[in-house]
Each structure stands twice: as structure tokens, then as C-alpha cells.
Design a protein around this ligand. Structure first.
Ligand code: DX5
Ligand code: ZN
Length: 213
């Protein structure tokens, strides 16, 4: 069963509690995009917002770190109550150790790659990951157009996960909507992240339900 993870980057920050309630009622996870203006050319939000969401979140929180030195913030995310923590393979040079530290702190470790990074680069780490995050746009901004190449990348990744016999889930992030969700599910996507498709809709609950297929 696919999980739907609305990206809170697209939420209405003046009425954040309304959008938190929508996720609590209709979705599976809170996707929290953390951008530092260095690993990606944009700045999103930090701990005060994550802590505010944590107070009302009845579903697990999934933080997606698009930052340099993610290893410096792992304890802080654990303290904040984050359940799933991913960082970008290309932001670090010791992914193995960081994945282990995330797990040791009781969170599910995830590894992310941008669309220009070969999926093969993830293969050595699949055993240590509870999920991998395949970007279907270049990390940094919500509201971008889905890159069609993602289907082939997803298929190759799922094939290797089956070959290795691991339980690693695959999360797809960027430009996901009701128009591509069912195809992504048929290719084996386990978690669909959607920001603008959910929160720019007049009917977020309907969009989330429709995306489940
Ligand atoms: C992009 C983020 C995504 C983004 C998704 O860097 O990782 O999570 O917010 O937003 P949409 O669904 O609007 O592409
Ligand atoms: Zn994200």
C-alpha cells in the first residue's frame, strides 16, 4: 500500500494547523523539506517550524535534509521527534556512518539523490537504508515539473532492491500529482511526496485519496 507524504513546504504557514490536520486525517507522513541555501539554492525552514508541527503531528514526520553537513544535526532532529531522516548522498563523504548514527538514534535512515546522480550510486548503501529518496525534480524548490526519466530509474532501483533482498522502500519526491501517481505506483513506488498538488488544491483530501489509486 503506497504512503502519501504531503510536503509541508507548500503548506499555508499562516494557517499551518489547518494543513497539519489535513495530513493527520488523510495522509500517512509529514514530509519536511530542510534547505540551507548552500547544498541547494534556496532556504526553507528550520527547527522552530519542525517543533511546531511536532506538537500537533499524529502521523510520523519524515525530514528530507538538503543541507551540507547533515551529520551535525542528527541528534537535534531525533530530539524533535522526527521518525524518518534522509540526507543527500552527494552532501557527505561518509554516508555509511551517518546512516548508522541515524538508526542508532531510533530513526529510519534514508538516502536521497538528485535526478543527475546514477541510481547505481545508491546500491552499496541499500542494506543500511530503510528508504531511498529518488528526486523527480532537482532539489531546491517546490512546484517544478516531474522528470519522466524517473520511471526508468525507479524500475532499476526496485530491481536491485529485489536482487539484494532488502526491505528498503523507495520514495519519489518532486512534481508528483494525480496525473502520475498511478504510474509511479505501478513501477513500485512505496512513498509519494506531494507538495503543490496537495496544498494548492481546493480539495487536498480528495487529491490525497485520488493519489492512492
Ligand atoms: C524539493 C522538495 C520537494 C518539494 C515537493 O526540493 O524536496 O519535497 O517540496 O514539492 P512539489 O510536490 O510541489 O514538487
Ligand atoms: Zn523533499
Amino acid at each position: 500500500m503506497v504512503q502519501i507524504a504531503p510536503s509541508m513546504l507548500a503548506a499555508d504557514f499562516l494557517h499551518l494547523e489547518n494543513d497539519v490536520d489535513i495530513v493527520n486525517k488523510y495522509a500517512d507522513l509529514f514530509h519536511l523539506d530542510i534547505m540551507d541555501g548552500s547544498f541547494v539554492p534556496n532556504i526553507s525552514y528550520g527547527f522552530p517550524v519542525v517543533e511546531a508541527i511536532a506538537k500537533k503531528a499524529a502521523k510520523p514526520m519524515d525530514a528530507h535534509l538538503m543541507i551540507v553537513h547533515p551529520e551535525n544535526y542528527i541528534e537535534k532532529f531525533a530530539d524533535t521527534g522526527v521518525d524518518m531522516l534522509s540526507f543527500h548522498l552527494n552532501a557527505v563523504d561518509n554516508a555509511d556512518q551517518i546512516l548508522d548514527r541515524i538508526r542508532a538514534l531510533g530513526m529510519h535512515p534514508g538516502l536521497a539523490i538528485n535526478p543527475d546522480i546514477p541510481v547505481e550510486n545508491l546500491f552499496p548503501y541499500l542494506e543500511k537504508c530503510d528508504y531511498v529518496l529518488l528526486m523527480s525534480v532537482f532539489a531546491g524548490f517546490g512546484g517544478q515539473k516531474f522528470i519522466e526519466d524517473t520511471y526508468d530509474r525507479l524500475a532499476a532501483l526496485k530491481k536491485e532492491i529485489r536482487r539484494q533482498g532488502t526491505d528498503c522502500l523507495v520514495q519519489i519526491d518532486g512534481g508528483v500529482s494525480t496525473s502520475n501517481a498511478s504510474k509511479l505506483i505501478s513501477y513500485g513506488a512505496d512513498i509519494l511526496v506531494a507538495g503543490s498538488a496537495v496544498f494548492q488544491s481546493d480539495d487536498p483530501a480528495g487529491v490525497i485519496t485520488a493519489m492512492r489509486g
